[in-house]
Design a protein around this ligand. Structure first.
Ligand SMILES: O=C(O)COP(=O)(O)O
Ligand SMILES: [Mg+2]
Length: 218
């Protein structure tokens, strides 16, 4: 990277926060209420960055879409009751964010998680005053892979998309960044299903560890 970005934007689940344990607890509460055994954790974990609908498809594969859609608000409510209980930061994230702060580089979050829940996670990790912008999946009518939420974050920061850097663990993160004209990093430490190959997503950078992102900056 020739020039330092004006700000670094992050995806939340699978990039900054390993939220799978809290999401699994909400899933299992819902399953138990329906008289079902707990979810296959590894399978659930692999789709966390694909959102609540994908998680419910793993947990209730026999239900049709309409029946799963009806479960979504309950699932999100259960998750909302314990957002930062068992969730942890991925290795190196703390040092990465501290490194950005030390360089005076603003950072923010653009997630598909509903904004209210994302705010709860941000508060849970004590980031409220450090996180310069937070855009959720319901902040606008569109969400990733649409570039709108990334562009919205840039407008809030008063910067051009081309001058920011986005870090995300899912194909739709890279698609959103590319559509926004924003350089991006595919995070290999996040959630992936078998067969997902981030090296084929055409991100400008691929990082194996959160600490590698600082190394990309000049
Ligand atoms: O909740 C989701 O849809 C996934 O969240 P993410 O965009 O932070 O990975
Ligand atoms: Mg993600």
């Amino acid at each position: 990277m020739a020039q330092a970005p004006a700000a670094v934007l992050f995806d939340l689940d699978g990039t900054l926060v390993d939220s799978a344990p809290d999401l699994a607890r909400a899933t299992n509460r819902l399953l138990a209420e329906h008289g079902r055994p707990p979810v296959d954790y590894a399978r659930l974990r692999s789709v966390v960055s694909k959102g609540g609908r994908a998680m419910l498809a793993v947990a209730f594969p026999d239900l049709d879409e309409a029946a799963r859609e009806a479960l979504l608000p309950v699932f999100l409510r259960y998750y909302g009751e314990g957002l930062a209980v068992e969730s942890v930061l991925f290795d190196g994230v703390d040092a990465l964010l501290a490194g950005l702060d030390a360089r005076g580089l603003r950072w923010g979050i653009v997630t598909n998680k509903p904004e209210g829940l994302a705010r709860g996670v941000v508060d849970g990790f004590g980031w409220r005053t450090r996180c310069a912008v937070l855009v959720g999946g319901d902040t606008l009518p569109t969400r990733k892979p649409d570039p709108g939420t990334l562009l919205h974050a840039c407008a809030a920061l008063g910067i051009d998309a081309a001058d920011a850097l986005y870090v995300g663990d899912d194909l739709r993160d890279v698609q959103a960044a590319r559509a926004a004209g924003m350089p991006c990093v595919a995070a290999l430490w996040g959630y992936r299903e078998d067969g997902d190959d981030p090296h084929r997503w055409e991100a400008e950078h691929v990082a194996a560890h959160a600490g590698d992102v600082l190394g990309l900056l000049p």
